[in-house]
Design a protein around this ligand. Structure first.
Ligand code: SF4
Length: 489
């Protein structure tokens, strides 16, 4: 397989998106549409579970939502007024199907389905203990730990058992669960992964991003607060939902990278328009890192809003110097080694007539391994650019994420290995600079980063992880990631 999407391959990758709807006539069809809008959060597998008042129904498949859930027969097999779904990034291969969510189990209290976005950072320790006590795991997913903790809890009601389970887990989670009594949505005490609530008539919806509400015609109500647990009994309207705060008051630290790259620009994340924040990031980048150039050129597609902000602030014209083909999938069977290098140009190509002889400033959201940045700079030079300057709309990515984001091991991150001068040499640009961490916070409407109690999780930039990482030791991050990959195969 030859990748034709080189500009997206060298990115941190959000591993999951979730969507749920309670009290709808066509619940599973709405979930399929919502998941389609969340496809960018996980492209390897998708699943939907519905509740018809008597039974749960589940369909899970490898691949995209389209192709698996645009089929009437599949949707008819998922009847009921409530449904939840999940898109996932995972290692490919049939053996991974057992890890595709929603996960489901028959508990003493009845059926229990769970869709999870995030990563439980003490899952390995909990799993070992559960196995020692006799639990038999069906998957290698960290999410299954939640089911076993609920099953083994000594509390009486399902809600108390669920809260008991949450109190034992560390890390990041946005969860949508279904029981015979109704739907439960919750977010970890720090709110690391996003979750929003919406309404469509009398139906109540939850999703990773508001864009999923737009496609089903629902109204965005608000974000689920960090540490908040919302119970939606079957048939409940918005005024009937029950709010719990099992962790008391918490200090929120949502993922700052949602604003930099993960979320779609047409989403509202924790009260802010992602598009507006990315433009503000670009403007701040221009203030901090000016350069004399003829054109501001975005690296498509993620660099576009920041490039608009950079161009508006600097007064340098915004132009499309890299053109993207919309008629090619993510991969393409490569016909032979001789044409392997041509693959990158199937999806993106330099706008040669524009670039030739010009000084350009390229705007990208981040640099991970740096291999993509090198290819882009080379592409611009081959197209005749006189100077190629690179400006990055975030600080250097120096640390791995343990909160549900696919990150290369730390030693493979370019910013971990090299200083900015070394990185510039590696990508062969005439100049390279990054947004400062305080500049990123400014673009989000803050004065600066509050170092004692930071307003966001920014650990991939600062190494300041907001939770304990029981299963991880950053100095051994390579080994730990191998351990993780064993879990998902
Ligand atoms: Fe987001 Fe980075 Fe924190 Fe991971 S480490 S949750 S990507 S800010």
């Amino acid at each position: 397989m030859l990748t034709t999407n080189p500009f997206d391959d060298d990115k941190l990758r959000e591993e999951c998106g979730i969507f749920g709807i309670s009290g709808a006539d066509t619940a599973s069809a709405s979930v399929a549409l919502g998941l389609h809008a969340l496809q960018h959060r996980g492209q390897e597998a998708a699943g939907i579970t519905s509740w018809d008042g008597e039974r749960f129904h589940t369909h899970r498949a490898m691949g995209h939502v389209a192709g698996n859930f645009d089929n009437d027969e599949v949707i008819r097999g998922l009847p009921g007024h409530s449904a939840c779904g999940h898109v996932r990034y995972a290692t490919t291969g049939e053996t991974s199907l057992r890890n595709v969510q929603p996960l489901y189990a028959d508990l003493a209290s009845g059926g229990f389905a769970v869709a999870h976005n995030g990563n439980i950072s003490n899952a390995l320790r909990l799993r070992k203990e559960l196995v020692r006590r006799g639990s038999i795991f069906q998957s290698t997913s960290d999410t299954e730990v939640i089911i076993h903790l609920v099953a083994r809890s000594d509390y009486r009601t399902l809600l108390d058992r669920f809260i008991d389970a949450l109190k034992q887990i560390e890390g990041a989670y946005a969860l949508i669960c279904m029981t015979p009594e109704g739907m439960i949505a919750c977010r970890d005490p720090l709110g690391i992964r996003p979750l929003v609530m919406g309404r469509l008539g009398d139906s109540i919806l939850f999703a990773s991003e508001t864009v999923a509400f737009d496609v089903v015609g629902a109204e965005f109500i608000r974000s689920v607060e960090p540490g908040e647990l919302i119970v939606v009994p079957n048939g409940a309207k918005v005024e009937d939902i029950r709010i719990h705060r099992p962790f008391g008051e918490t200090h929120a630290r949502p993922c700052i990278f949602e604003h930099v790259y993960f979320s779609r620009p047409d989403s509202i994340v924790d009260g802010s328009s992602v598009y507006s924040v990315r433009k503000a990031i670009g403007a701040q980048l221009a203030l901090e890192n000016p350069v004399d150039a003829d054109y501001v050129i975005p690296v498509p597609d993620s660099g576009v809003p920041a490039a608009i902000g950079y161009a508006q602030e600097s007064g340098i014209p915004f132009e499309l110097g890299i053109i993207r083909s919309h008629y090619i999938g993510r991969t393409f069977i490569q016909p032979g080694d001789k044409v392997r290098h041509l693959g990158v140009k199937l999806k993106h190509n330099a706008n040669r007539a524009l670039i030739k002889g010009k000084r350009i400033v390229l705007i990208d959201d981040s640099i991970v391994r740096g291999t993509t940045s090198l290819k882009i700079v080379q592409m611009m030079r081959e197209a005749g650019a006189a100077e190629v300057h690179m400006r990055i709309a975030s600080p250097p990515t120096k640390h791995s994420c343990f909160y549900g984001v696919d990150t290369p091991e730390r030693t493979k991150l370019l910013a971990h290995k090299l200083d900015v001068g070394g990185m510039r040499e590696f990508i062969q640009a005439d100049s390279l600079s990054f947004l400062s961490i305080d500049g990123l916070y400014k673009a989000l409407g803050e004065q600066h980063r509050a170092d004692v109690h930071p307003q966001y999780c920014d650990a991939c930039f600062t190494g300041d992880y907001p939770t304990t990482l029981t299963d991880y030791d950053e100095s051994q991050v390579g080994d730990q990631l191998e351990l993780l990959s064993e879990r998902v195969v």
